[in-house]
Ligand binder design. Structure first.
Ligand code: FEO
Length: 391
């Protein structure tokens, strides 16, 4: 991808990863992703804002070919998809200083072994002049590592945010087509940001006072209408959960699936929205997206080797790690002779502040009594969801 102008003296150096299909060896990327660096050239000095994934150093190198000198490289975040090409950049521009938060210096030293003399630590609120352009650094910890910060280019009203407000979308567009980018942005939020909702809310507050023309993240397209993504982030972090049940399930011989379908119909009859995800074939990103809004998760699992099915346990531990706003959880499924399925799943959800509703486990193929129990569970969920919003 060639470098492209965003405004006078500011260029987007995007490395678009059209073919990447998995992030963090975990979340599928149906639409690829990008790693965005930015070049800001003032009347006296030039700064590179972040670098790109080490697999795409060559793309960044090509975009920097006609850039004779860099005075600074701003490193917002130590994770390698943004910092991985830093050693290459520092070799090409040996006089460049790495502008970094105090914690960022430690992290970059650990992950990339950047020498001490390369760093220039900037404090929260500090400004660095490039001549006719000024970079102001704002610490925004825990979006999504402890060292993360953002940079405000005062004269242009551009906020460079690295992961914050990013989206997993490979595109040739500079600016987001909002409705197209919303799901990739929510997929990104669900996996990376959701566990740190309290910190994100504080950081949203911190940047709300800035006069913003453009939000320029380091994944996906830029936001020309910053309020669009700011409002969605506010909702994702702080709005009450919705009238939605997420129902990931695995079935070996059909009994658990029968129960899932029955419960699902009983919930729908009671005006509760349901999102089904058969395991292991479902997209984990879609499950994570649904968890952003849901009030309840019901895990459907057979008992295998005296415990929950490993795929169900995996989803429980994923939900536990992502820490969504869930208020209720339970388990349904079939067993052959006994086991510790309920104990295992509830233990795996230990981080979540959820009320565990009575589980429904059928011995073998579900009988009438099991279907009555599922109706009762649907009634319990519907009554607890009363008053929750629909989207
Ligand atoms: Fe896009 Fe936390 O790295």
């Amino acid at each position: 991808m060639v470098k492209r102008k965003i405004s006078e003296g500011v260029q987007l150096l995007a490395a678009v990863d059209w073919g990447r299909r998995l992030f963090d060896s975990l979340i599928p990327l149906p639409d690829g992703t990008s790693y965005n660096a930015y070049l800001v050239e003032g009347s006296e000095k030039a700064a590179l804002i972040d670098t790109v994934d080490p697999t795409m150093t060559g793309v960044l190198g090509g975009q920097l070919r006609e850039v004779p000198e860099l005075n600074y490289v701003v490193a917002h975040h130590g994770e390698q998809d943004h910092s991985g090409s830093l050693p290459f950049v520092l070799e090409r521009y040996p006089r460049a200083k790495v502008l970094v938060s105090l914690k960022g210096k430690e992290i970059l030293s650990d992950h990339l072994h950047i020498p001490e003399e390369k760093f220039q630590v900037v404090q929260d609120g500090e400004e660095v002049s490039l001549g006719n352009k000024t970079l102001r650094f704002l610490y925004t910890p825990w979006v999504h590592w402890p060292e993360t910060m953002v940079t405000y280019l005062k004269e242009e009203g551009i906020l460079f945010t690295c992961d914050f407000f990013g989206s997993h979308l490979a595109t040739s567009d500079i600016f987001a087509r909002e409705e197209q980018v919303l799901e990739p942005a929510k997929r990104y939020f669900a996996e990376i940001m959701m566990p740190f909702r309290a910190a994100i809310e504080k950081n949203l507050e911190k940047i709300r006072g800035l006069s913003l023309e453009i939000i320029a993240p380091s994944h996906g397209p830029l936001w020309k209408n910053p309020s669009f993504i700011l409002e969605h982030y506010q909702k994702w972090v702080s709005a009450p959960p919705e009238n939605l049940v997420v129902l990931p399930y695995v079935s070996m011989h059909g009994s658990t699936r029968l129960m899932v379908d029955y419960l699902s119909d009983e919930l729908i009859k009671r005006n509760v929205r349901v999102a089904h995800f058969e395991l292991p074939s479902s997209d984990l990103g879609k499950i994570a997206i649904s968890l952003v809004d849901a009030a309840t998760v019901v895990l459907g699992t057979p008992t295998v080797h005296a415990g929950a099915h490993p795929y169900a346990l995996f989803i429980a531990s994923l939900a536990n790690a992502l820490r969504p706003k869930l208020k209720y959880a339970t388990i349904i499924g079939s067993y052959g002779w006994g086991g510790k399925t309920v104990e295992q799943i509830t233990q795996a959800l230990g981080n979540l502040k959820v009320e565990v509703l009575p589980p429904v486990l059928a011995k073998g193929l579900p009988r009438e009594t099991d279907f009555r129990a599922l109706e009762k569970l649907a009634e319990e969920i519907a009554s607890r969801h009363e008053g929750l919003k629909e989207e």
